[in-house]
Design a binder for this molecule. Structure first.
Ligand code: PEP
Ligand code: MN
Length: 365
């Protein structure tokens, strides 16, 4: 039992792998209670999360219930015997959360980016003894993350933690937010006493990817997890795609592997993660290009149909093959690999054209 974990001390609980679980948003008294009971039944969580004021990218989305939800969150926590945590983004939120006796607070990614908001929260917390968790800012700037922790520390907050929830990227990515683990390593270097837990839900964005992110987080020495958990994820009013049921949460945590010594080498893992991240991006870019190629093939099939030209043109195909093999060789790629790859791509182009032609015929008949 790692009783030295700061979260264990703050909550006065023995915890091995601190886990905070709960819905993205508190939606109703019943939803919060049912979710809390499910989470408590797993026996794995040390605290219950629930968003009450939701910072949403698009206006018109569900923006949280506000103050009444604080009561539902706290009631659910009391019922199952778990402390509760919610997000605050301004002084009013802090005041209301403290009134409702919320046990811990977190500052969201969209708030950490703005020192004015962080300072307002820090001022509102002056003299209050409560654990505060700071999520990384939306973009990978460790200075803002550390700056927020420092502002809170200057206000007298001693129980400070960080939450790694990934970073916005405009590039195509399998994840909703790119992990960029190296940023949390840098925070650890700059503030070694601050525990960093991982929020795989906001990194993954899809429930299928959460386990993979958790495993990476564990391998990379994260101090715990915050996982969005909902009694009926598909019906969730926010972040439905990334929420999981309490039963799924239990299964997921049980399936995590504690890796051997070799993989405990953080530099090795970070390098591997970085390289894999680059491969993931390239593979997405490849698929994007293939998609664009298919669209052009569809246009070609229209032009051919208009001019009554045959789909398969032997000369063109031989030229493509020769040209791609030569270019591949110039790039030091194995000609056989390039040959096979283009055979496959070309076969698919022909299939696409046949289908398109069929569609045109069906339309005209
Ligand atoms: C959340 O935890 O529901 C949330 C809004 O998170 P973030 O600030 O990481 O986007
Ligand atoms: Mn969320």
């Amino acid at each position: 039992m790692d009783v030295t974990h700061p979260l264990a001390k703050w909550l006065n609980k023995n915890v091995k792998l601190p886990l905070i679980a709960g819905p993205c948003s508190v939606e109703s008294e019943a939803q919060m209670m049912e979710t809390a009971r499910g989470i408590a039944d797993t026996g794995m969580a040390v605290a219950l999360r629930g968003g009450v004021w939701k910072p949403r990218t698009k206006p018109g989305s569900f923006e949280g219930i506000g103050v009444p939800a604080l009561r539902w969150l706290k009631q659910a926590g009391n019922e199952v015997g778990l402390p509760v945590i919610t997000e605050v983004a301004n002084a009013y939120h802090v005041e209301e959360a403290l009134k409702a006796e919320v046990d811990m607070l977190w500052i969201g990614a969209r708030t950490t980016v703005n020192p004015f908001y962080v300072q307002e929260i820090a001022d509102a917390l002056e003299g209050v003894d409560i654990p505060v968790w700071v999520k990384n800012p939306i973009h990978p700037e460790v200075g803002l993350w550390l700056g927020a922790l420092e502002r809170l520390h200057s206000s007298g907050i001693q129980k400070l933690g960080a939450i790694h929830r990934g970073f916005y990227s405009y590039q195509s990515n399998p994840f909703r937010n790119e992990p960029k683990w190296e940023v949390s390593f840098e925070l650890r270097r700059l503030a070694p006493q601050v525990p960093i837990i991982c929020d795989p839900s906001h990194i993954a964005g899809k429930r299928e990817l959460i386990k993979e992110v958790c495993q990476s987080g564990l391998d990379l020495g994260m101090d715990g997890f915050m996982i969005e958990t909902h009694c009926n994820p598909d019906k969730a009013l926010s972040d439905a795609r990334q929420q999981i049921t309490p039963a799924h949460l239990k299964e997921l945590i049980q399936s995590l592997e504690t890796r051997s010594e070799l993989i405990d080498d953080q530099r090795f893992i970070a390098r591997l993660e970085e390289l894999r991240g680059r491969i993931d991006k390239l593979d997405h870019a490849l698929l994007d290009i293939l998609r664009e190629r298919v669209s052009i093939v569809e246009s070609i099939s229209e032009v051919k149909a208009e001019h009554q030209v045959k789909i398969f043109q032997m000369k063109r195909w031989f030229k493509i093959l020769e040209n791609r093999e030569n270019y591949g060789e110039h790039l030091l790629l194995d000609p056989e690999f390039v040959h096979e790859l283009f055979q496959l791509i070309h076969k698919y182009s022909i299939d696409v054209q046949i289908k398109a032609l069929q569609g045109q015929k069906d339309l005209s008949s």
